[in-house]
Every structure is written in structure tokens, then in C-alpha cells.
Design a protein around this ligand. Structure first.
Ligand SMILES: Nc1ncnc2c1ncn2[C@@H]1O[C@H](COP(=O)(O)OP(=O)(O)OP(=O)(O)O)[C@@H](O)[C@H]1O
Length: 213
């Protein structure tokens, strides 16, 4: 079996697909808990003040779930640690973190990833499943899910933040070379609402898994 990590922008459907995949493959799903993340609402209310703290919060949580998931060698994580850096650099470019914070974060991340890759267990995931959605779909999902602090009507600046985030995700996925990867077209396949789409997506992932084994 394998360690699989999901990636994709806000509302891409990572958590849903994680659950579906875990059920299909008979493995354990590891979820990032969003609703009890007390730093996230602070970040949205004052990004400049809290971007670095939020990043450290996520890094800590992500590292803990990687360690837990790797104990079994057969798990699914609903978000990759590699994407955090993408989000933080975007925030830094928007002036919400200073160069020193970026340097410290980048070094810490390198250090942590180096530490795990040198341990006796293989810590890189076996497969990255990236759900790509267009900006339009992303916006609809954010509204549909309705998390207060994510809504553009409460903060119009979020529009440009989300737009740029989605653009950077495409580049990030293209450059990603840490492990085998597969991209799911989240605009074309609505695996949450449509059972046929769900079946097709799960089958594609299983085929990919069979290839890399
Ligand atoms: N490293 C990070 N830096 C800043 N914000 C982050 C970071 N990671 C996650 N977030 C924020 O946390 C919230 C949850 O993000 P995430 O995309 O992981 O979950 P989700 O929205 O539930 O996605 P999905 O619907 O795909 O499961 C979003 O508001 C996102 O902007």
C-alpha cells in the first residue's frame, strides 16, 4: 500500500476525496482540522499580524500528522506540507511577512523535511493527488461552504488573494517533483455530487497507484 497526499486550492475538495479514497482503499484518513483552528480566523482578520504565526501553526500540525501517518505506511493525508510554503510565500509577497520570517520558515521546513527523509522510514509520500479547479469553481465552493472568514463579501481584498493563489497552484503542481503525481480535473469531475464522476476519479487514482508500485 502507499502514503497518499492530497493537494489543491481552498475548497478544491481535498477533504472529501481523502475520505472517499480511504474508504475505497481501506486505509486511514488524516484530516487537517479547520473548524477548531483558532489561529485561522485571527489570520483572516489581520493577515499582516498573524501570517507567520499561522504558518508555524500549520507546520507543526502537518508535521505531527505526517509522523502519525508514516507509522503505518498506508495512509491518506488531506493536504501536503509542500503547499504551505506556496501559501506563505504568497502572503510574504503581499507584505504580510517580512524577509526574516520567510528565511526562518524556509530553513525550518527544509530542516524538518531533511530530518524525516533521513530517518529509517521513507517519508516522502508515494503519490500526490492534486485536485485542480478553476478560479470560478473555487469561488463557488467557498460561497457554498460558507466559512464566514473566507467570504469575499466580508473582505473584498480576498478576491485578488484567491485569484493569485489559484494561479500559483498551477505552477506549483507543474514544478512538483518530490514523488509521483496525478492531477484530477475538479471542474470536469464533481466527485462529491456525482457518483459516476466519483467512480471515474477513484479508478484513475487506483490505476496510477498500480503503475507506481
Ligand atoms: N499554509 C497556509 N497558509 C495560509 N492559509 C492556509 C494555509 N493552509 C491552509 N490555509 C487556509 O486554511 C483554510 C482551509 O484550507 P484548505 O484548503 O486546506 O481546506 P479546505 O478549504 O477545507 O479545502 P478542501 O475543500 O479542498 O478540503 C483556508 O482558508 C486556507 O486559506
Amino acid at each position: 500500500m502507499a502514503v497518499i497526499v492530497l493537494s489543491g486550492t481552498i475548497g478544491a475538495g481535498k477533504s472529501s476525496l481523502t475520505g472517499m479514497l480511504a474508504e475505497k482503499l481501506g486505509t486511514t484518513a488524516f484530516y487537517e482540522s479547520v473548524d477548531d483552528n483558532e489561529v485561522l480566523p485571527l489570520f483572516y482578520s489581520d493577515p499582516k499580524k498573524y501570517a507567520f504565526l499561522l504558518q508555524i501553526y500549520f507546520l507543526n500540525k502537518r508535521f505531527a500528522s505526517i509522523k502519525a501517518a508514516l507509522k503505518d505506511d498506508n495512509n491518506i493525508l488531506d493536504r501536503s506540507i509542500y503547499e504551505d510554503s506556496l501559501l506563505f510565500h504568497l502572503n510574504a509577497d503581499l507584505g504580510r511577512a517580512n524577509q526574516k520570517e520567510v528565511d526562518v520558515y524556509d530553513e525550518l521546513l527544509d530542516n524538518m523535511l531533511e530530518r524525516i527523509s533521513k530517518s529509517d522510514i521513507n517519508t516522502a509520500p508515494d503519490l500526490l493527488v492534486h485536485i485542480r479547479v478553476s478560479f470560478d469553481t473555487m469561488m463557488k465552493r467557498i460561497v457554498k461552504r460558507g466559512r464566514e472568514y473566507e467570504q469575499i463579501e466580508n473582505d473584498p481584498d480576498l478576491y485578488e488573494y484567491y485569484n493569485e493563489l489559484n494561479r500559483r497552484y498551477d505552477r506549483w503542481y507543474n514544478d512538483f517533483d518530490i514523488c509521483p503525481k496525478i492531477q484530477i480535473d475538479g471542474d470536469k469531475y464533481d466527485f462529491v455530487e456525482n457518483p459516476d464522476d466519483a467512480e471515474k476519479v477513484l479508478k484513475d487514482i487506483e490505476t496510477k497507484l498500480a503503475e507506481i508500485r
